[in-house]
Structures are given as structure tokens and as C-alpha cells.
Design a protein around this ligand. Structure first.
Ligand SMILES: *Cc1c(COP(=O)(O)O)cnc(C)c1O
Length: 479
């Protein structure tokens, strides 16, 4: 398929601008372009076909089952889009005086209030653009808190080996040294290893609970206590809150700082590159360090407060990706207090149901009831017939399903991490299980065919190493 620039023919187009009704003025020479702006020139028909063809080549939540573990590819209700498209939200300017943007400020204020209640935090901001950015922001809060107490010696962040890859990366970005601790045989934090790792150089711990194996750490209160007793703080990676939203609160588990991915649990479409959004929440002791400006309320009027001398400053312009927050608030208001816990209950039910069906053939990495996701290990299958997790994932593409997350978490060999989410019906789960069980038989009977998959997709198996080693990120024009 050609790029839109390759489809371009000089002189074609589909814009008809109204006649100019103001005097024309020449731009100062130093601001004028040296060459004409290179824009594709296409008829409306060709333009429309180009984008329809692109849309047919992609696979999204609207196309079929999308069990990408840790990523929460749930269905995003269309009412969210309708609200995010309201002119009152789209046609504002971030520099508008606060008294002319009261509705928008109220959105931020309400979203903060609800999400604080859901997580057990005292204050929250929405500036970061995505999850990893939220982690980084949270770590800067932890750093600012230690420094405000004159404690400069805490240079280490403890990260369990089941953590999402962004955790150690964000900690390194924030200037910390990472201390990796192993999981115990049950997939949870090894308490003895944690006790050995903490000390007076511990700035904090980063933890996901339930972890990336889909397991809720039953020792969570002890874990946060061990870190607190050593003088450290606890950061909750709540990128994916689907298993506990409305049911259990990180604040009650002993966490001091959290981040949430609004584009996962709180229903903003993602996977195509954004925009996303992260909420960063904290207990009141850390609130003075939150990024500015903060939305505040006085006598029923909202205003922006940037009089916070201890703030770490801004981590992104203005208030973050505002329309992502509009979607999250719409989602919460639609579900209501009763609906929010049902999200978690059904997410956990769906995951356990699918796991039970797949267990007939596949090996579950940790064979205990899971939370919102579970991990299979295909090591046995690979040993017996040479078919890998990659082969099974690629074969799923021919069956109109998106593959699960592969080869993650790193502590499980030949891992497939499956997160069905609460928005799938029993029939969809039954069909997916049947298809995966058939793939298992096919792998044993005809491994060669599995190595060739996918056979019905435009692109089969791109060379991932080549793309990482020699990325081509810029199009070279002929002229
Ligand atoms: C997705 C995810 C992240 C990273 O979020 P991004 O928005 O992709 O930066 C971090 N931790 C966990 C557990 C996640 O699932």
C-alpha cells in the first residue's frame, strides 16, 4: 500500500476555501517558507479510500477479542466520545481566564474527587501524559518528600522482578538506583528478600497489586509496613486498576503515592499511540509537592492555584490531556457507585472463567484463582513439538483475535498473558477458549503450519530485531 504522499498528484485537492475578506499582508521575509509546504494533494474520493483501506488493515477493540494482558483493552463506551466532543470541552483555550472555564475546571475537580475516593488518596493531578510519565512524577514526589526532611541519603528504589518494565525505567529516569527483588514460589513478593533489601538508603518501593501475574499479594500490609519501618515510601503502579476498582483501595493497603492509567481502566481508547493520560495521587503528607497548577474551589467557584512553593513544578503543559479526563469522568458518572465495583467483579470473573477453560490443555504459570488476568506458560508445548508462545500468538491473528501479551512477565518462560476484561460476553470467551484449544491440537499435529502463521494478514512476521537496531523513522522523499 502506498503512503498518502505517494498517492499525491500536483493540482488535485478537495478543499474549497472561502474568498479572502481581509486585506492581504506579506509576511516578514525571515518568517516566510523557503520552499512550498509539502502536503499530499488528493481528490476526496482517493483520500476517503486511503483511510478506509488503512482502517481495514488495523485491528482494534471494535474488531474482535483483544486479550492483551496488562493493557486492559476493554470496550470504550461511545458516550465517552460524545462528551469529549462537546464544543464546551473542545473549544476552550488553556490560557482562558478561570471564570470563563468553570465547567472544565469542575470536570477536573470532580474527577479528582471520585478517583481519590476510589483509590484512598487525598489529592490527585492529571498532568502526566501516560503511565510511565505518571510513575516518574510519583517518584519525584517521593524524592521531594525525603529531601524536604533533609534526608538525602535515600538513593534506592526497590522493584520486584514481576514489575512492568516501565517501573525500573522510571526509577532510573528519576535518578534512582534500582534494587531488584525476586518473587517467591507463589509469584508474590518474597518477604525475606524484601527485609534484606530495605535499609536507610531505601527511598521507596514500586509495586503492582495485583501483580503482572494476575495475583493479589496477600502480604500487602506487611510489605508496605516493612518499607515504612525502613523509612521508605510505597508507590502503587495502578496503571491497571481493573481487578480492584471500587473493591479495594491502594490507600488502605498502605501506599503513599499511586498512578492510574486513565487510558486503561478508565476507558479511553488506546493502543494506536494515544493520547493517554495518567492520574497521580498521593496522601496529604506528599500533596505540597504535587505538580502545579492545582484546581481549587472556594465558595462554589473553581480557580487555579499555583501558589505551592514546594511543588516539583510542571511535568507537562497545562492540565494534561484534558479530553481523556472528560472520558474518565463520563465513564465514572455512567457507571455510578454501584457500577464501578461490578467492573472489577466481572473482570475477575471473566479471567477466571477463561483460565478454567484453557487449563484443560494449557499450563497455567501459577495455578491459583487469578484476578483480572492470568499467565500461561507454553514451555511444555515448545518442548514437545517446538511450537512457541510466539507461534500461538501469531496463529490467533488468523482467527480474528488479537494476540495476548507475549514473553512477559519475564519470570515465566514462553509466557502468554491473557486479560479478557469485563466487557466480553460469555459467548466470546467460549469461542476464544475453543479456538485456543484447537490451536493446541494443531500445534501437536502440524507444528510447521504454526511456524508460518499468520497467513491471512497483510504483514506476517516483521523482523523485530531489525526494527529496533536500525529504526527508520523518517520518510525519504524523492525530490
Ligand atoms: C501499561 C502499564 C504501564 C505503563 O503505562 P504507559 O501508559 O504505557 O506508559 C505501567 N505499569 C503497568 C502495570 C502497566 O500495565
Amino acid at each position: 500500500m502506498n503512503l498518502i504522499f505517494e498517492e499525491s498528484r500536483a493540482g488535485r485537492g478537495c478543499t474549497i476555501l472561502p474568498a479572502c475578506d481581509v486585506p492581504e499582508t506579506a509576511l516578514p521575509q525571515q518568517f516566510a517558507r523557503k520552499a512550498p509546504l509539502r502536503l499530499p494533494q488528493l481528490s476526496e474520493n482517493d483520500l476517503s479510500r486511503h483511510y478506509s483501506a488503512l482502517a481495514k488493515r488495523s485491528f482494534g477493540v471494535n474488531d474482535g477479542f483483544y486479550p492483551l494482558g496488562s493493557c486492559t483493552m476493554k470496550y470504550n463506551p461511545k458516550i465517552n466520545e460524545e462528551m469529549a466532543a462537546l464544543p464546551g470541552f473542545t473549544e476552550i483555550h488553556p490560557l482562558q481566564p478561570a471564570h470563563t472555564a468553570q465547567g472544565c475546571l469542575k470536570v477536573l475537580h470532580l474527577a479528582e474527587k471520585f478517583l481519590c475516593e476510589i483509590t484512598g488518596m487525598d489529592e490527585m493531578v492529571f498532568q502526566p501524559a501516560a503511565g510511565a510519565h505518571g510513575e516518574y512524577t510519583g517518584l519525584l514526589l517521593i524524592k521531594a518528600w525525603h529531601h524536604s526532611r533533609g534526608d538525602q541519603k535515600r538513593t534506592k528504589i526497590i522493584v520486584p522482578d514481576s514489575a512492568h518494565g516501565t517501573n525500573p525505567a522510571s526509577a532510573a529516569m528519576a535518578g534512582y538506583t534500582i534494587v531488584n527483588i525476586p518473587s517467591g514460589p507463589d509469584g508474590c513478593v518474597d518477604l525475606e528478600a524484601l527485609k534484606k533489601a530495605v535499609g536507610d538508603d531505601t527511598a521507596g518501593l514500586m509495586l503492582t497489586n495485583p501483580n503482572t501475574l494476575g495475583l493479589f499479594d496477600k502480604n500487602i500490609l506487611q510489605i508496605t509496613q516493612i518499607v515504612h519501618e525502613a523509612g521508605g515510601l510505597c508507590f502503587y503502579d495502578g496503571a491497571n486498576l481493573n481487578a480492584v476498582v471500587g473493591v479495594a483501595r491502594p490507600g488502605d493497603m498502605g501506599f503513599d503515592v499511586i498512578h492510574l492509567n486513565l487510558h486503561k481502566t478508565f476507558s479511553t481508547p488506546h493502543g494506536g499511540g494515544g493520547p493517554g493520560g495518567a492520574a497521580v495521587g498521593c496522601k496529604s503528607s506528599l500533596a505540597p509537592f504535587l505538580p502545579v497548577p492545582r484546581v481549587a474551589e472556594h465558595d462554589g467557584k473553581f480557580y487555579l492555584d499555583d501558589n505551592r512553593p514546594q511543588s516539583i513544578g510542571s511535568v507537562k503543559s497545562f492540565y494534561g490531556n484534558f479530553l481523556v479526563i472528560v472520558r474518565a469522568l463520563t465513564y465514572l458518572l455512567t457507571l455510578g457507585k454501584e457500577g464501578v465495583p461490578q467492573v472489577a467483579e466481572n473482570a475477575v470473573l471473566n479471567a477466571n472463567y477463561l483460565m478454567a477453560l484453557l487449563k484443560k490443555r494449557y499450563q497455567v504459570a501459577y495455578d491459583v484463582p487469578c484476578m483480572h488476568e492470568f499467565v500461561l506458560s507454553l514451555q511444555d508445548l515448545k518442548d514437545s513439538c517446538g511450537v512457541t508462545a510466539m507461534d500461538v500468538a501469531k496463529s490467533m491473528q488468523d482467527l480474528e483475535m488479537h494476540p495476548p501479551t507475549m514473553y512477559f512477565p519475564l519470570i515465566v518462560h514462553e509466557a502468554l498473558m491473557i486479560e479478557p476484561t469485563e466487557t466480553e460476553s460469555k459467548e466470546t470467551l467460549d469461542r476464544a477458549a475453543e479456538a485456543l484449544l484447537e490451536l493446541y491440537e494443531k500445534a501437536l499435529a502440524n507444528p510447521e503450519a504454526m511456524h508460518r502463521a499468520p497467513e491471512r494478514r497483510v504483514i506476517g512476521r516483521p523482523d523485530e530485531v531489525e526494527a529496533a537496531r536500525h529504526p527508520v523513522v523518517k520518510y525519504e522523499y524523492d525530490s
